[in-house]
Design a protein around this ligand. Structure first.
Ligand code: HEM
Length: 506
């Protein structure tokens, strides 16, 4: 008997059983409704990634209901985030979270306020100069917003001046090469299915690895500088290093974990806010009446164009708050959350075996007509003043912050078993042991539960501070015929957003 042949046949049989026969025909998940699998190798990858993934999820949720079964799986690995809180689980997550919580306390976030308003004015001054004496200028708003928010996280995160608006820093280039990488969908799907492909030299992975090196080196330098020359600053890193030193050794963050947090702050702290601000300006340009209403509210308090808003002025601007919420509702910068259940659960009457990879589509939840009404697809900040909507959306739903999952693009991914993914919403009473999330939430731009976004308060204040200065000083209009897309799983606009910008001369 040819043992090699037997071993080979057994291997192929096992592979087929595990990857196709069991998940497609035998698993209890088969009973869950979902679109037919029409690509044997790529599963739903092929059809979903060809489209705007978030729109595709929204469409599926409408077609099949609150729970949908899909075939494909990606696993986020360390790469961009190192040993960070975002990828930590269980006790390790609890320990890191406990240590990081105080740095994000509101009293601390309030201290960051002057940096946010200065950022708004920096953006304003550069655009003023760019427009010069012209009546109007076409500006790719996304470029500078991203740089300004990176400078903000440099200052409030590490007391470090990246100066990215004035110099072409390597860090900015590293980020843009990761974020703007556009590998073919087939490449992404194959790397997911066969992770070893990621180890074969190819232009996408080489560029990615090089960029990660730059981000990691910068993070290491920032930690080393803080440790060697401790400044009693209020920046996130100083506070973290100080808190760490006061803990018993077994509870302290390791050196690698500290580097990981810096990488997390850099990624989570600038790209998300930048995406939100960019969409806000786009929607304001698209809806001139809403833009006028916001500007009117701002002009009441920001009477002088050079005035730096105070914390109170920002907090009292109610319509600005509505614009923030509506932007995060309609284009949540983190559009999905990933979870898995630690034990068998029943969801909507279906058995969900433990460790099933689950996708919570924030984007689809935020467009659920039963909560948001028939105009769920429209940008309508006034809905946040409507008592009926307010009663449906409790504060509880707005607390959590999530982890940036968009970084998985081109990233080294591990294990791909051909498993099922579920996209669902509004499943009452279902809980996750690993990272608890209450699925009755219907507004969760900042994620949910014990892993909710630590930077939530900071991001909201930063958004409002910058937007108030900008909308006070400029008018925005759409560029006729200009189109852009959202990047795969995120809502990042690619290649960017061009708007026509003119000065407000009073
Ligand atoms: C508009 C801006 C932002 C949005 C929409 C956002 C959204 C999210 C989301 C959805 C999560 C995952 C929550 C979960 O898994 O349940 C998350 C996690 C996180 N975010 Fe943000 N974020 C933003 C800004 C920031 C900022 C400015 C920081 C500051 C550095 C930050 C730091 C973090 C951290 C540290 C986590 C991990 C929390 C944990 O795992 O315990 N985020 N964020």
């Amino acid at each position: 008997m040819n043992y090699y042949l037997v071993a080979f046949v057994a291997f192929v049989g096992y592979f087929l059983y595990k990857c196709y026969i069991y998940p497609l025909y035998l698993s209890s998940l088969c009973k869950i409704p979902g679109p037919p699998v029409n690509n044997f190798i790529l599963g739903h990858y092929a059809s979903l990634l060809r489209n705007d993934l978030n729109e595709a999820f929204t469409h599926l949720a409408r077609q099949y209901g609150g729970i949908v079964r899909l075939f494909f799986m990606k696993n986020v690995k360390k790469g961009v985030l190192g040993e960070s809180i975002i990828l930590a689980e269980g006790d390790s997550h609890k320990r890191q979270r406990k240590m990081m919580n105080p740095s994000f306390a509101f009293a601390n976030v309030k201290e960051m306020f002057p940096v946010f308003t200065q950022a708004g004015h920096k953006l304003k001054d550069i655009w003023m100069k760019q427009i010069g004496n012209k009546e109007e200028e076409r500006i790719t708003i996304t470029t500078l917003i991203s740089k300004v928010t990176l400078d903000v996280i440099g200052l409030v995160g590490f007391n470090y001046e990246f100066n990215s608006t004035t110099s072409e820093s390597k860090l900015v280039q590293a980020y843009s090469s990761i974020i703007n990488a556009n590998p073919p969908i087939l490449f992404l799907a194959l790397i997911d299915l066969f992770p070893f492909i990621g180890n074969i030299p190819n232009p996408y992975m080489n560029q990615f690895i090089e960029s990660i090196k730059i981000i990691k080196n910068t993070s290491e330098r920032l930690v080393a500088e803080q440790k060697n020359n401790p400044v009693q600053g209020k920046d996130l890193l100083s506070l973290l290093v100080k808190a760490n030193e006061n803990l018993p050794v077994d509870e302290q963050l390791t050196h690698d974990e500290l580097i990981g947090q810096v990488m997390t702050f850099l990624v989570a702290g600038h790209e998300t806010t930048s995406i939100a601000l960019s969409w806000a300006l786009y929607f304001l340009a698209k809806n001139p009446d809403i833009q006028d209403r916001l500007r009117k509210e701002l002009l009441d308090v920001l009477t002088d164009c050079n005035h730096f808003p105070t914390y109170k002025e920002i907090e009292h601007s109610k319509y600005l708050e509505c614009v923030l919420k509506e932007t995060l509702r309609i284009t949540p910068p983190v559009a999905i959350l990933r979870r898995y259940n630690l034990k068998d659960e029943i969801m909507n009457g279906y058995v969900i075996p433990k460790k099933t990879p689950l996708v919570i589509t924030i984007y689809a939840i935020h467009r659920y007509p039963l909560v948001w009404g028939d105009d769920a697809e429209s940008f309508n900040p006034s809905r946040w003043l409507d008592p009926e909507i307010k009663s449906k959306v409790s504060n509880n739903n707005f607390l959590p912050f999530g982890a940036g999952t968009t970084n998985c693009l081109g990233m080294k991914m591990a294990q791909l078993e051909f498993k099922s993914i579920l996209s669902f919403r509004l499943v009452e009473g279902f809980t996750f042991k690993k990272k608890y999330i209450d699925l009755t939430n219907n507004f969760l731009p900042f994620g949910a539960g014990t892993t909710n976004c630590l930077g939530m308060k900071m991001a909201q204040l930063e958004f409002k501070s910058i937007l108030s200065v900008i909308v006070r000083n400029f008018e925005f209009r759409l560029v006729e015929g200009f189109t852009f897309k959202k990047k795969y799983i995120s809502t990042k606009p690619i290649p960017g957003i061009d708007l026509l910008v003119s000065k407000i001369d009073y």
